[in-house]
Design a protein around this ligand. Sequence first.
Ligand code: GLU
Length: 283
Amino acid sequence: MLTRFAPSPTGDLHLGHAYSAVLAHDAARSAAGRFLIRIDDIDGSRSREEYVGASLADLAWLGIDWDGDPVRQSARLDHYAAALDTLRVRGLVYPCFCTRADIAASMSAPHGPAGAVYPGTCRNLPETDRERRIATEPHCWRLDMPRAVAEAGALAWEEAGRGLRVADPLAHGDIVLARKDAPASYHLASTLDDAAMGVTHIIRGADLIASTDVHRLLQALLALPTPLYRHHALVCGADGKRLAKRDAAASLASLRSTGIDGRALAADLAAGRLPAGYSLQNP
Ligand code: GLU
């Protein structure tokens, strides 16, 4: 068994991250498996080096140990570019020149599992237009979802303890695989890295279950193995809402400053016991 925890260094880790990291770590250790850390730092405008060190210190405080050095997404940009290239050659991605404002203005489109679905404006631009505009206009690369789904066929994944779950990538529309300001989207980078790292079990929050529709499709298109998944309940605050990086009181740094013991907290989280005022909820 090989599991991973993959923080984005865009803020302090909170109790929700701790819960996820503890579950992934303990699952690997109890199966004599391996546990890796990946730093999801491709978003250059939001990632901060200070959060990398702070996150690793928080994990160590919880008594979490990991195998090898943390993997950095920022060191793997060539792999993302190569995968995007293979999809481009197969006609499965297209350049999109729409601005946020363009997309907002044509929002007759339905909403998918992760928000608005791209209306497909740039999907069928003539090749000559594309070439001309690529040279001069900022653009992202989108997956031609209907085509990709037609090529991949019906897909499912195994959700731990809950059996097979049918993937519905079509509902997401033409998702972005490489952004104007980042060389790969979360979906592309994460799917490629999980495969390259040899992750066998992905243990992460239930807020990401819809993303797995897309990850399963990318695995099929890129001939990558499909891990087992466990999407766990989310840690919520007193207001019943899931924690966000702005909830300073729930940050591990602030819990630590109250003098509580990190290892004891990790043991409590592993047993599903949360500090007063927090609860686990299934969305
Ligand atoms: N960096 C992503 C996040 O923090 C990782 C999600 C995942 O585990 O796939 O949301």
